[in-house]
Every structure is written in structure tokens, then in C-alpha cells.
Design a protein around this ligand. Structure first.
Ligand code: NI
Length: 645
């Protein structure tokens, strides 16, 4: 089809036309049946050498990857569609372990399944609800995990927990129904196992709502703060390509990861070939019936891209916004445009550099501006923002924003809650961890990168340290994959550099970028626990692998119900040489969350993330050429100082 071959670049996300063609070709395939659903459909990215060799105007290889779920049999089909030829190129039943993520249709179906089960209804009614309450009960289908229970093996499952609601607008998370968990077989459409503890904890009924009508009167002492860009933004886009200041990159988007940055480079030099968050996991630390199994993999079990919000002007971002609409396929293979899924804008970010020299009166200051490329995904109770920031000094930052509603547990009146923090009377928030893994396919100054580890260590007194003030910075090349599964260490300030040993910088070293991480706790669940086997990526802060296009996700292709062992620990078992090679740096970062009253009913944003900073990449401060911003205004109406920050 014409539309296929006129795509501008091999990494452009599938267009609406291409999505429609994929849906049509798959549905027309002899293997297709009406009970099949499309769980995820995306561009099948060409291999890296193909992309690097491509030049504008050349033919573009276009292919799509789609994973189908037969809701009647549980069969999973992996499909590749060749869009250039207009054919289904491969159609294979997935025989490995694990399941595709939970689809929208299942999300809705679980509520109907449990509410039509008399035993489940009886269990809920025993906890103080009446028949009339049942229609309003909120049912949350949670990814089931894998605990090796024999009756669960080989089935497609979710574990459903429930919440009382006084009306449709009521916040169910204020009213958890404790002690009842339905293990739902999504293929048989019935409850496989009903866990119904002896009734011990009443359902808390105090309403904790956050809809406009339930909020306190808005404060009145806030004056408007407007972002004005009378000449427009400083970025330019051409399709999915973005240019801003010295930066250049391409926007991509997948159902699993959401936003992807492709071919990110600065000043005409590559830095990262591909960057995204490929997995998340949120393990809970409450060992009781409703909670011990909760460890949602929000990317692989639900899909951060599939659950992306349509961002609204003036609400999520401020200023002059460029939105990207993202084509997708719904469960039935029908194209759907995700409006405003990705938001891009500029932000003032305080001072970038400044000096006042009292001896000669020179005073120069330049403000920092950053480009923000972001999206927000709502995964059940939580809302996660993913914000990539590019700075004028060559810094790259990823910031995760955690907000939304915490998981809750009902607590009997007067009882203590040993597994977390109380957020209201009779309502606790189980302690939990959030882990994210960013996959950074590096290309610092081109091909062939080396990762090294550095630490600050005191130097012993001696002839070479006669005053005791000297200390050292160690440097160690991570030569093979097994040696490169590393933990952060705040005491030694451990950091990593990704350098290009095939280039020489202005001071005779290899140009590099430095990975700056937060030494936050890793996975605290015990060795031998289910989540530790399944979320191996969360046991180290840094992993380095030799690029293999098949190694896409930190917890493997199918984390849903996977017994464990896939993903990064498996990738690095090969122990490939990573020095001066095509390397992927995987960084696990997160937040260990002990709940508190301020987290409820909606928690203020908690921030996580990391930075990549140029380190010998430029020969000097690369932002000396910034113009003086001007445009100051002084509060008293007088003349502003010439260089106020
Ligand atoms: Ni949390």
C-alpha cells in the first residue's frame, strides 16, 4: 500500500492506516477465530544496522508484531505482519512460560464473573454488606503472579479483591473488603478458588473522596501564573523527529513501554540509540490474604503505553505544548487514535551557570531551559508519569512521578496494623516498593562503548599523602556481563561511565556520559520468594548486556504469571564480553513506600529517576553560547538588577 512505503523513517510508529492493515490481515488469516483478541500491536523495529544504514529517501522496511490471545482456549499467537508485502509473515503459537498482559475486556469481565458467583456474594455479605450493595462493589482484577499452586498451573488467571462503594463516585479504596480473594480463571470464566477468611475485620465506611464536589473550598490567595512564549516554542518537529537546541531525537511509543526515545544525540553526536522504561514491579510487604501476592508488573502485565492518558492542555503540562497522537489497535484489532498521549514542552529551570567577578565587575548569568517529553499512565489505583528532560548543557534526565491512590487494607477498630502505616481510622496502607527499569541502548559518540565503575576512596596517610587530605577515585572496566550486575553505594558515591574508547576528547581521554543514580533500597523480599524469582531485575541497580534485539524487557517477554528466572538475570548468564561493544545499560531505580496520612486520598507526587551527564563529552561548558535571557521584572516596580537569577 502507498501509505506504507511513504513512511518517512524506519522507526516511525505504525500509522493508523498501517494499524488498520495489520488488524485486517490478521483477522483475515486462516488461523484467526472470533474469540481471539489483540493484546499488543506495535512496530517491529528493524535491526539496528538496518536503521543506521538507512538514508532519507530510501525504501523503508515496515513490519508489525502482534500478540493474540484466544479467550476460548488460552492459546497465545505471535504474529508478524510484513506491511511492505501486505501479508502475514509468521503465525506461531507461543509455547513458552508466562502470559500476555491483561486486556481491557478481561478487566471488565472479572467484575461480572465474581458477582455472579453465589459463594463470593455470600462472603461479601457476611462482611456487613447488603444485597443492594453488590452492584456498586468495585472489583479490582490483579495480575495473579505465580506461587506454584498446582490448581493454578496452566491457567490464565487474575486475583480479584473488592471494595464497598456508597455510590458510583465513591472512592472504593477507602472501603476495602478484607479477607476475600477470588482467583478467577479468565478462560473458563469462573472463580477457580475463593479464599474466604473467617470474618475478622469490618469494612471501613468513612468516605474519603477526591471528586471536585468533595474537595475542600479552594484556597483564594493564589494569583495566576502564566507561561508566555510570544514567539512560539524553540523546538521543531518533522513527523516523529524533534530538534531542540543542539538536541535531535525521534519519538516512539509501544503498548508495553509507552514513550520511547530513538537516536538521541546532541551537537551532531549520538548518545543513546534507544531509551525507554521496559518494566515496573510493585511488590507489597503485607503477608495477609488480600495482599501477599500483590506484585503487579505494570509494563509487562498491563502495558504502560496501553494505559496512557490523553493529556489535557493546561492540566498536565503548562506552556506551549506539542502533543503526539499515538495510533493503536484495540482488543478487537480496530485502530484507535490515542489523542495527546505524549506531551512535549519547554520549561524554565533556574540557573544554568553564573559568575560575578568582583575584581573586574564582570557578571554573567544564564538561565537553564529544559525540553520535557512525557506521558502519564494510570495502572489501577496508581498514576505514573514518565518525564524525560533534555538540558542545554547536555544532561539527560528521566523522572518518574508517582501519584494516584495507594493500595489499602482494612484494620479492625483498635487494632494495630503491623504491615504498613495507618492513613485513617480503620484504614492502613501496606508498605511496598516501586521498581522501574530503564533500558538504555547506548551509543556514546558512536559505536563501541565501554562501561566503567568508579568510587571515591580515602587515601592512607603516607609519603604520598603527608597532610591526610588526598583521596582517590577508582576506575574499573566492567568487562563481562556477570561482572556488570552492580549495586549503588552511597558511602563511596559509586557511579558509572559509558565511554567510547574509539574516540579521544580534548584532554586525551575517551568521551563519556556519567550515569548518576540514587542509592535506594533494592528488592527486600527474601531469596526464594516468588517475586524475587520473577523480578530479578530489581535485585541490582545496574546491569549491562551486549545488545541482542531479542532482549527487550527487564523481566522478559511474558512476565504475567511467569514462574521466574526470565529477564536480566537470564540475559547476563551468557556472560558475553561487553567492553568496547554494542552495550545496553539497564538501570533499576525505585521508591520504598511506607504509607502515611498525607498519601490519602490521593498522594502528592513522589519522584524517582536518574541522570546521564556529559563527562568529557564536550571540551568545555557547552552552554556558553546561550543568550542573556533578559526579561526581568522587579516586584517593587523599580529597575531590576541586571542579572537577577
Ligand atoms: Ni507507593
Amino acid at each position: 500500500m502507498d501509505q506504507v512505503t511513504t513512511s518517512l523513517h524506519p522507526l516511525d510508529p505504525l500509522s493508523m492506516t498501517e494499524m488498520a492493515e495489520v488488524g485486517g490481515l490478521v483477522r483475515a488469516h486462516r488461523g484467526f477465530s472470533d474469540t481471539m483478541r489483540f493484546t499488543a500491536t506495535e512496530l517491529r523495529e528493524p535491526a539496528k544496522p538496518v536503521v543506521l544504514a538507512w538514508r532519507p529517501g530510501q525504501a523503508v522496511v515496515r513490519a508489525a508484531r502482534s500478540v493474540l490471545l484466544d479467550t476460548a482456549t488460552g492459546d497465545v499467537i505471535e504474529v508478524v505482519v510484513d506491511l511492505n508485502a501486505g501479508v502475514v509473515a509468521s503465525w506461531e503459537r507461543m509455547l513458552g512460560e508466562g502470559q500476555p498482559g491483561i486486556i481491557y475486556d478481561e478487566f471488565l469481565r472479572v467484575g461480572e464473573i465474581v458477582k455472579s458467583d453465589p459463594a463470593w456474594c455470600a462472603a461479601v455479605l457476611r462482611r456487613g454488606l447488603v444485597e443492594a450493595d453488590l452492584a456498586l462493589v468495585q472489583v479490582d482484577p490483579f495480575s495473579a503472579g505465580n506461587f506454584g499452586y498446582p490448581e493454578e498451573l496452566g491457567r490464565r488467571l487474575v486475583r480479584a479483591v473488592a471494595y464497598w462503594r456508597g455510590d458510583m463516585a465513591d472512592n472504593g479504596y477507602a472501603h476495602p473488603i478484607e479477607g476475600v480473594v477470588a482467583v478467577v480463571d479468565l478462560i473458563a470464566n469462573r472463580i477457580l478458588t475463593l479464599v474466604d477468611d473467617p470474618v475478622a475485620i469490618p469494612v471501613p465506611r468513612k468516605k474519603r473522596n477526591y471528586g471536585r464536589a468533595d474537595l475542600p473550598p479552594p484556597r483564594t490567595d493564589l494569583k495566576p501564573l502564566s507561561i508566555v512564549q510570544p514567539e512560539g516554542p524553540s523546538f521543531a518537529t518533522d513527523g516523529w523527529e524533534v530538534r531542540w537546541q543542539n538536541w535531535r531525537f525521534r519519538v516512539g511509543f509501544t503498548p508495553r513501554e509507552g514513550l520511547v526515545l530513538h537516536q538521541l544525540g546532541v551537537s551532531g553526536r549520538p548518545v543513546i540509540y534507544r531509551a525507554s522504561v521496559t518494566e515496573m514491579v510493585v511488590p507489597y510487604a503485607d503477608p495477609t490474604t488480600n495482599h501477599y501476592w500483590k506484585n503487579a508488573f505494570d509494563a509487562g502485565e498491563y502495558g504502560l503505553g496501553k494505559l496512557a492518558n490523553s493529556l489535557e492542555l493546561g492540566c498536565d503540562c503548562k506552556g506551549l505544548i506539542r502533543y503526539f497522537d499515538v495510533p493503536s489497535l484495540d482488543d478487537n484489532g480496530v485502530p484507535e487514535l490515542m489523542k495527546n498521549a505524549v506531551c512535549m514542552h519547554e520549561e524554565d529551570y533556574g540557573i544554568l551557570w553564573k559568575h560575578y567577578e568582583m575584581r573586574n565587575g564582570i557578571r554573567e548569568v544564564r538561565r537553564s531551559r529544559r525540553l520535557v517529553i512525557s506521558f502519564f499512565a494510570t495502572v489501577g489505583n496508581y498514576d505514573y508519569g514518565f518525564y524525560w528532560y533534555l538540558y542545554q548543557d547536555g544532561t539527560i534526565q528521566l523522572e518518574g512521578k508517582l501519584t494516584g491512590i495507594i493500595q489499602t487494607a482494612a484494620v479492625a477498630p483498635g487494632a494495630a496494623y503491623p504491615w504498613g502505616g495507618m492513613v485513617d481510622a480503620g484504614l492502613g496502607g501496606p508498605t511496598h516498593q516501586h521498581f522501574f527499569n530503564a533500558r538504555l541502548h547506548m551509543a556514546v559518540d558512536g559505536e563501541g562503548n565501554t562501561v566503567s565503575e568508579h568510587e571515591f576512596v580515602p587515601r592512607a596517610w603516607g609519603a604520598d599523602n603527608p597532610h591526610g587530605n588526598a583521596f582517590d577515585v577508582t576506575s574499573r572496566v566492567l568487562g563481562r556481563e556477570r561482572d556488570a550486575a552492580r549495586e549503588a553505594d552511597g558511602r563511596t558515591g559509586r557511579y558509572w561511565k559509558i565511554s567510547n574508547p574509539n574516540r579521544v576528547n580534548s584532554v586525551g581521554n575517551a568521551p563519556a556520559y556519567k550515569l548518576v543514580v540514587t542509592a535506594s533500597p533494592l528488592l527486600l523480599a527474601q531469596e526464594g520468594s516468588s517475586v524475587r524469582a520473577r523480578a530479578g531485575f530489581a535485585t541490582k541497580h545496574v546491569w549491562v548486556t551486549r545488545y541482542d534485539p531479542a532482549e527487550r524487557f527487564a523481566a522478559g517477554e511474558y512476565p504475567n504469571q511467569h514462574p521466574g528466572g526470565d529477564g536480566l538475570p537470564k540475559f547476563v548468564a551468557a556472560n558475553r564480553v561487553i567492553e568496547n561493544s554494542d552495550v545496553v545499560v539497564w538501570h533499576t531505580f525505585g521508591h520504598t513506600h511506607v504509607c502515611k496520612p498525607e498519601d490519602f486520598p490521593i498522594m502528592p507526587v513522589e519522584y524517582v529517576g536518574f541522570m546521564l551527564k556529559p563527562n568529557g563529552f564536550f571540551e568545555a561548558n557547552p552552554a556558553l553560547d546561550l543568550p542573556d535571557d533578559g526579561g526581568h521584572s522587579a516586584l517593587d516596580g523599580g529597575a531590576p538588577a541586571c542579572c537577577c537569577g
